[in-house]
Design a protein around this ligand. Structure first.
Ligand code: COA
Length: 377
């Protein structure tokens, strides 16, 4: 270990950004200056997406135009759907999504010059098509035919429609829409930084997003929302929750959905998402839903009192998605449907004033030496 090295880039500021601001000292987060919890509760996700790309909230006619554009870009090619039919049914949906987004890049070979309007067009295209990729993959792996998008429906409603063939009650859609806004952007997290690194070599927006999906897939990053739900299933009962947590801490297990590299005393997105999770528990109104809620509450209290480590957004988002009826391996792909906005805003920002990202390394290997002849090895 060297004092000159910032392991994991912890605490290192690598560039300017005007997209979002994370303020660990107040546990808060703003997108283009607006508090994320205000956007989540007072706006629809479409307005947040517009804001992230266009720097200002839309008025009604700007929003109508934006939504019409998104709807016009929905729909997957027959080629992509036939490729998706061949995907192994037991592949993780993040791996199939990564491949499908890369395929979108194969179908769109015209983008070479990295002009901002071209990048914006591609960002909109992925924002419009990724939900259908996620829903189509879900249906195909369950032996069902894909459902085409419905242009009379908004972003979140249309996703439910493409997954289940129906749109749930408005309150459930709102809980989902809140999660979309909360997941949209978070400064230089691992996947966003990955997208900026790839963009900085002028490799193209599809490569940058494909790489970002790969980064988000990991359980230390986006994959944590799935891991939280598996953890709740393992804990099993509310009565078992405290003992499970104490044992996990005693055996030095990493508890999924807790901790954050930047926030050390709470994550501003958690109270809003926890309210949405509680709303889902009340809507579903079953013993199973109440059991997960009670378990979550006890795990949270135990972790905070024993270790002073707070839950992150994945902790309430995972079980909320479960109660909405989504299969656990879909949770991180759902995160992608939202984070595509933040990633592409950062890719555009990076390319607007590009400098190749190329840090240094502290070499710890052998001193320089001569290649010995084969007979001497
Ligand atoms: N469970 C148990 N202990 C945890 C923990 C967790 N989720 N998160 C942090 N800690 C502990 C570490 O073990 C370490 O303890 P030590 O000093 O006794 O070794 C200390 O807190 C510092 O953690 P560290 O791993 O160095 O922090 P980090 O900034 O590198 O890690 C995360 C941040 C997010 C990777 C980490 O908190 C984690 O793995 N969380 C679980 C996965 C998750 O929810 N990811 C989603 C993030 S939004």
């Amino acid at each position: 270990m060297s004092d000159d090295v910032k392991y994991g880039l912890a605490g290192v500021m690598t560039d300017d950004t005007a997209v979002s601001k994370v303020m660990p000292e107040t546990n808060s987060l703003t997108y283009r200056g607006y508090a994320v919890q205000d956007l989540a509760t007072q706006c629809r996700f479409e307005e947040t997406a517009y804001l992230i790309w266009n720097k200002e909230l839309p008025n009604q006619s700007q929003l109508d135009e934006f939504n019409a554009k998104e709807k016009s870009l929905r729909g997957l090619s027959d080629d992509l759907i036939s490729v998706m039919r061949k995907f192994p049914k037991d592949a993780h949906p993040m791996a199939t999504l990564r491949t499908a987004v890369s395929f979108l890049g194969l179908e769109d070979r015209d983008i070479e010059d990295h002009a901002t309007e071209d990048l914006y067009e591609r960002a909109m295209l992925m924002y419009a098509k990724i939900p259908q990729i996620v829903a189509t993959d879900f249906r195909l792996r369950n032996g069902k035919e894909p459902i085409a998008p419905d242009s009379s429906l908004g972003f979140s409603e249309n996703f439910f429609h493409m997954c289940f063939g129906e749109v749930p009650a408005e309150e459930t859609v709102k809980c989902f829409d809140i999660s979309m806004t909360l997941y949209a952007e978070h400064s230089f997290n691992a996947s966003t930084f990955t997208s900026r690194v790839i963009a900085s070599s002028l490799s193209g927006i599809y490569s940058a997003v494909t790489g970002a999906i790969g980064s988000l897939k990991g359980p230390l990053h986006g994959g944590a929302n799935e891991a939280v739900m598996y953890m709740l299933q393992e804990v099993g009962t509310a009565e078992n929750a405290r003992a499970w947590m104490l044992d996990a801490l005693a055996t030095k297990k990493k508890i999924m959905g807790f901790g954050h590299r930047v926030y050390r005393s709470g994550d501003s997105r958690v109270p809003t998402m926890t309210d949405a999770y509680k709303k889902m528990v009340d809507i579903i109104d079953t013993d199973e839903a109440r059991k997960y809620w009670e378990m979550s509450r006890i795990l949270d209290e135990t972790m905070v009192s024993e270790k002073g480590i707070y839950p992150n957004l994945d902790f309430p988002a995972g079980p909320a998605y479960y109660l909405m009826g989504f299969e656990i391996p879909m949770f991180t792909p759902i995160f992608v449907m939202s984070r595509i906005t933040g990633w592409t805003a950062h890719i555009m920002e990076q390319l607007g004033d590009n400098k190749l990202i190329r840090p240094l390394s502290n070499y710890t290997g052998e001193d320089q030496r001569d290649v010995p002849p084969m007979s001497a090895r």
